[in-house]
Write a protein that binds this ligand. Structure first.
Ligand code: ZN
Length: 242
């Protein structure tokens, strides 16, 4: 396994800490790393001097040959990184470097997204369907929990069922089990795009993506717009077009 070494400073006491991280994780060659990502252990450092616990994120390519998933983790941890984040450059670099048919190739920018993509693949689900399902269940959630704001929604496996966990602005989490019938109906209705994201296109499949797909389909249904308008490809948008 190819490792990268670099030094950070403890935010508490200033002691230099050497961080050793894999640049590529191949799950089949080193299965223990999957658990290390899923528990967050991989991104965790402890200062040898003062014992401060620090989360240190680093770029990683996560490769699961069996599930045909390649996830590029390109962390954005500051406003500065967000400004300079060049998705098109990342995408073209990946397309030059990684060529394999029938893959789900993703770019994610947070540890939570990375974990979520791995869990979704683990249970044989389609992450495009899950992202669209979040919008469907958000509407249900708002009706049920009137007045409670939602900060984030993540997929989780709960009691052998697929669920969405709502992180709320009152500090609590609430979960809703995904009805298999709703999952199937989303998969059917959005079949073109949810299949296309598993054909080795490089994609960011998140909230923006789902929103664009929902809008594109609804436009097509209501105005008879061209099918050509529906593209599974993603561009990082800072402002959402109507
Ligand atoms: Zn320290």
């Amino acid at each position: 396994m190819e490792n990268k070494k670099y030094t950070i400073k403890c935010p508490q006491c200033g002691t230099p800490i050497e961080v050793v991280r894999p640049a590529i994780i191949n799950v089949q060659n080193d299965p223990s790393y999957k658990a290390k990502v899923l528990t967050g252990e991989l991104f965790h450092e402890t200062c040898p001097n003062c014992g401060q616990e620090i989360q240190v994120v680093s770029r990683i390519a996560y490769h699961d040959m069996e599930k045909r998933m390649m996830i590029y983790f390109r962390p954005i941890t500051s406003q500065e990184e967000l400004k300079t984040f060049d998705y098109e450059a990342i995408r073209s670099a990946i397309e030059d470097n990684f060529k394999a048919p029938g893959y789900g190739i993703r770019v994610v920018t947070t540890v939570n997204e990375l974990m979520e993509k791995i869990k979704i693949a683990e249970f044989g689900l389609n992450d495009g369907v899950i992202e669209i399902a979040k919008f469907v269940y958000f509407d249900i959630f708002v009706k049920q929990f009137d007045g409670i704001g939602v900060v984030n929604i993540y997929y989780e496996r709960r009691d052998d069922k697929n669920a969405l966990i709502f992180f709320c602005d009152d500090g609590n989490t609430r979960s809703i089990v995904i009805d298999p019938k709703i999952y199937a109906s989303i998969e059917k209705r959005f079949s073109e795009v949810v299949n296309a994201i598993y054909t080795s296109r490089v994609c960011m499949v998140g909230r923006d993506w789902a929103l664009r797909m929902i809008k594109a389909y609804s436009k097509r249904d209501h105005q008879g717009a061209d099918e050509a308008e529906i593209q599974p490809e993603i561009k990082l948008v800072t402002s959402e077009e109507a």
